[in-house]
Design a protein around this ligand. Sequence first.
Ligand SMILES: Cc1cc2nc3c(=O)[nH]c(=O)nc-3n(C[C@H](O)[C@H](O)[C@H](O)COP(=O)(O)O)c2cc1C
Length: 193
Amino acid sequence: MKEKTPPRLIGMSGSLRTGSYSNAVLETLREKFAGTADLIVWDLASIPPYNQDLEGEKRPAPVKALLAAIKKADGVVLCAPEFNHSIPGVLKNALDWASRPAFTSAMAYKPVAVMATSPGPQSGARCLEHMKVALDSMLARVVLARECVITSVAAKIRDGRLVDETSLAFACSAVEELLREIRLRQMAKELVE
Ligand SMILES: Cc1cc2nc3c(=O)[nH]c(=O)nc-3n(C[C@H](O)[C@H](O)[C@H](O)COP(=O)(O)O)c2cc1C
């Protein structure tokens, strides 16, 4: 029987901050799922502002690399901090690049797990909702999972890792749902081959 390679996942946060809590969550998931899935946490620092003059072959090299990585990935994991009750511009900008050409882009039909963080006790949900709306528009498939909003995040990160058991369980269950969706797609593909 053919040896199966673990599903490839690409993670993005939209925070460029050293010591980012959202990146810490992604790094924790990368370690937690090592051996089960290969999660690459993509650094968006080199992605320039979106410019519609630069589509197709004219895309800047870092954008081409990001789009190729998304295309190659079986799924996407987004863990973003809430910025002004919405998505951080860095992540939205990357998604704007990745959403073109409209409806046939690297994001179209791609399964995505979404989670949001906030240092506040009650925020984050709006960022999560706005991510879902943007992902809907590019025909990405947000996987159904228990909603993962990691509030009071600063207290839940230690040494660059998410240590709060409850939040970690929510984050892991979002990734598990993503992996289930990827497995189902693989099975469907094998059935028709
Ligand atoms: C421009 C800006 C806007 C922000 N707006 C919100 C907000 O609306 N809600 C919230 O909970 N936190 C808000 N924050 C706080 C960020 O969520 C916090 O700085 C977070 O730690 C950044 O994410 P990171 O740790 O992954 O870098 C904002 C921060 C910045 C810089």
